[in-house]
Design a protein around this ligand. Sequence first.
Ligand code: ADP
Length: 455
Amino acid sequence: MNIRNKLTLRFILIVAIITFMASVLIYIFSADYRREDYYTRLHNKANNTATLLIEVDEVDVNLLRKLEKDNPISLPNERIIVYDFHNEVIFSTDEDKTIHVDQDLLDRIRLEEEIRYTQGDYEVLGFLFKGRYDRFAVIAAATDIYGFNKLKNLRTILLLVFAFSIIVASVSGWFFSGKALQPISKVVNRVDEISITSLNLRVDEGNGKDEIALLAKTFNDMLKRLEVSFTIQKNFIANASHELRTPLTAITGQLEVTLLNTRSTDEYIKVLNSVLEDIKSLNNLSNRLLLLAQTSTEVDERKMIDLRVDELLWQTRDELAKRNPAYNIHIDFHQTLDDDASLTMRGDEHLIKVALSNIIDNACKYSSDHTCYILIQPANTMLTLTFRDHGIGIPEEDHSNIFEPFYRAGNTQSIKGHGIGLSMVNRIVALHQGTIQLQSVVGEGTTIILSFPAV
Ligand code: ADP
């Protein structure tokens, strides 16, 4: 069932309950009032008759019967019976003996002074009349035709009011719930129009204040994030294929030119070496791309172990120096380092090594002295590693984008690279709840500071 139907039904239910309860209360109070009013009138009438009979000496039974017969203020089907203290009938207008009176009933009247009950259509009142010399039991009965007709009429009116209020509630409930849900329908229609090719579309945020505006705003924020990540992904694929195509084009070109003529062995060796170089670079690039993809997800908890940072740095230094004999890598500990300072952090050994090796490699690659100075400094709960070089530096305007995949600073055209390293470092550091800071001045050098939680 849709929300509009649900809201309308609930509205009808609430109106129905309120109207029903009000109708029942009105009916109960009216019925109660009719009963009290009727018995009061019956009592007054019977009391008058008994007073005339007992207190007024001039009035005897025959005269009273005559008076009663044509009395215009008598109640419909009125019957009055008066008993003396011997329970003998001294006066009765109940000629056909419709009202059943027995000894028990008379005793109860004398005991309780007033009783009320019904017999068929008759409502009967019995009460004790105290005369000057005697106590009489008076029975009065009549049928309240007008009172019951009024009640019947009231019942019909209440039923009509109930039916009418249900109809009004249904129509107005349907109308107002439709109106309240209209903005949601608009949002739904708009969302229907948004596809992967039209992520730039946005949902109308209406008045910007109510819940639906909040929903639309949340949805728009999500669309914005999706659009950004979709664009990043698109750019990433374009950049990656571009980077892969460059060495492939070089390989194809070299081989095609070589195959045009027959070459000497030396020339073949030269070309093969150059092709091998390009293939190695291609291999390196594809490995890095794979690693970048891996670091985009969450780190595997099973690979997280306690790592001694200084040991990792020594190992990385040795591996880099083996591959690039020109590199100078100095590792120092901060002066304040005391004996129980922790050099241990929790992490994925392979990923941390990749990060360290990228930073050190960059420092050596982008400086003419190929030298990187590393400082290890444990501070409180953090472990800080500072990498410093006196290289070409990174222009100020590139600082904000330098951690984006495939981004390279403007001053690095002459030095080979793909722009993947730093983005990978950034992700690895984030995966290890660390932070990265960059300070760099063109022509003076670059400092990169990594901080990781110590164990
Ligand atoms: P790559 O070195 O392969 O180009 P990176 O992602 O490692 O890619 O670095 C991105 C860019 O950041 C580099 O192209 C370079 O412009 C700049 N860069 C990084 N480290 C340094 C550094 N130590 N000195 C100067 N520039 C640097």
